[in-house]
Ligand binder design. Structure first.
Ligand code: AP5
Ligand code: MG
Length: 389
């Protein structure tokens, strides 16, 4: 998701720039001013309450605005993102927005503030009065709107500055020129955003092969806990020796150890578009742990791909690999393979259910040639990631 706020005093061009932006990015537009005017036109109880205040140039109460906005957010929780125009306008609204976005598993990306001198703002609004005839576009009410802005809305700037989200841009010049500045900011935000993909699937479903191909092609960091453990074994480290004995007894590796390795790896490699996690998380507990780790880095799990291959096919693939030089210590006997399959079947369902409920799960058919599966995975991932931002 891409969530943007257009910030600025009355007449700064929030509405104008929003229209241009919506043409480029398919975002859900939320203009509290428009929503309120719609209620006024329909003479709803909220509209009646709002009209009296709007006509005086005063802000309407936070409770009323939030009431009207909340349903718009929850009804569109699958949107590509939201563009907020004229919201939040008070510190309370800024906190509320944070909470509402969290509720639908997303967060704000940037606040673009249009900087325009007061004389120019007044000129624009008085000019608009002739064109649109808005009841609040007259000299006295405009002054009151500026006062409300200075007193109640201006403090919101510090809130977003402290979160490193506040980007002021010059709001003077032609509409196209200003839009170029807006586009520049958004392109930068999109480039900086990271995506994190979790690949799940039965042992032998091809997660490793496919994850590596995708990561290389799209500049992700491929992070496989299986391979991290294997490299410890090969190094002959203390961890490695410990893990080797666990493997040969078919006992799973404790969470503490895995977490330590994942955290270390994430600290080492963070210059890329995001991580492709393979083989982690594989339980609900590990899922919560990974979410916490990513949250601390100001990011999150963007998407979970379930690479679906029936058990029998996986079994055949693993038994075949066990005969080659690529054999893994945990593939060497049928019992070990069965043990891993059982572990997957019992632990993964809650993980699948969890991500399904968050609308983050996509299924990819893992049967087919290596190239065919890579192609399908590529298409689905690229499309889903585009939807996220
Ligand atoms: P709202 O509708 O949001 O009004 P506003 O913030 O006063 O902003 P405007 O719509 O007047 O200006 P804009 O920045 O969108 O500029 P525009 O693009 O139109 O809110 C109205 C009222 O509702 C509030 O006063 C409040 O009472 C209430 N309300 C709304 N949200 C609320 C909330 N969250 N909490 C509490 N109360 C709330 O441009 C202005 C004019 O300039 C246009 O004519 C345009 O064509 C022109 N123009 C645009 N760009 C340029 C340019 N580059 N050069 C020359 N002219 C330009
Ligand atoms: Mg507007």
């Amino acid at each position: 998701m891409l969530n943007i706020i257009f910030f600025g005093p009355p007449g700064s061009g929030k509405g104008t720039q929003s229209k241009m932006l919506l043409k480029k990015y398919k975002l859900e537009y939320i203009s509290t001013g428009d929503i309120l005017r719609d209620h006024i036109a329909k003479r709803t109880p909220q509209g009646v309450e709002a009209k009296a205040l709007i006509d005086k140039g005063q802000l309407v109460p936070d409770e009323l605005v939030v009431q009207l906005l909340e349903s718009k957010l929850t009804e569109n929780k699958d949107a590509n993102g939201f563009l907020f125009d004229g919201f939040p306008r008070t510190l309370v609204q800024a906190y509320i927005l944070e909470g509402l976005l969290l509720k639908i598993n997303t967060s704000l990306h940037t606040v673009i503030a249009l900087d325009v001198p007061k004389e120019e703002l007044t000129r624009r609004l008085l000019n608009r009065a002739h064109i649109e005839g808005r009841s609040d576009d007259n000299e006295i009410v405009i002054q009151e709107r500026f006062r409300e802005y200075d007193n109640k809305t201006f403090p919101v700037i510090d809130f977003y500055k402290s979160r490193n989200m506040f980007i002021p841009i010059d709001g003077t010049g032609t509409e196209t020129k200003i839009f170029e500045r807006v586009e520049n900011v958004i392109d930068g935000v999109v480039k900086e955003s990271s995506y994190n993909v979790v690949l799940i699937g039965r042992p032998g479903s091809g997660k490793g092969t496919q994850g590596e191909i995708f990561a290389k092609k799209h500049n992700f960091h491929y992070l496989s806990t299986g391979e991290l453990l294997l490299s410890e074994i090969n190094k002959g480290s203390e961890i490695g020796k410990n893990v080797k004995s666990l493997y040969s007894n078919g006992i799973s590796v404790p969470d503490e150890l895995i977490i330590r390795l994942v955290e270390e790896e994430m600290r080492k490699y963070n210059e890329h578009r995001g991580y492709i996690f393979k083989g982690f998380p594989r339980t609900l507990i590990q899922t919560y742990i990974l979410e916490g780790m990513l949250r601390r880095m100001n990011t999150s799990i963007s998407l979970v791909v379930y690479l679906d291959v029936p058990m029998l096919n996986c079994f055949k693939r693993l038994s075949k690999r066990a005969q080659t030089n690529d054999a893994r210590p945990y593939d060497l006997t049928t019992d070990l393979i069965i043990g891993r399959m059982e572990e997957f079947e019992t632990k993964i369902n809650p993980v699948i259910k969890y991500f399904k409920s968050k609308n983050k799960l996509v299924r990819v058919n893992g049967i087919g040639s290596l190239e065919e599966v890579a192609e399908e995975l590529d298409q689905i991932l690229v499309k889903s990631l585009k939807k996220i931002i």
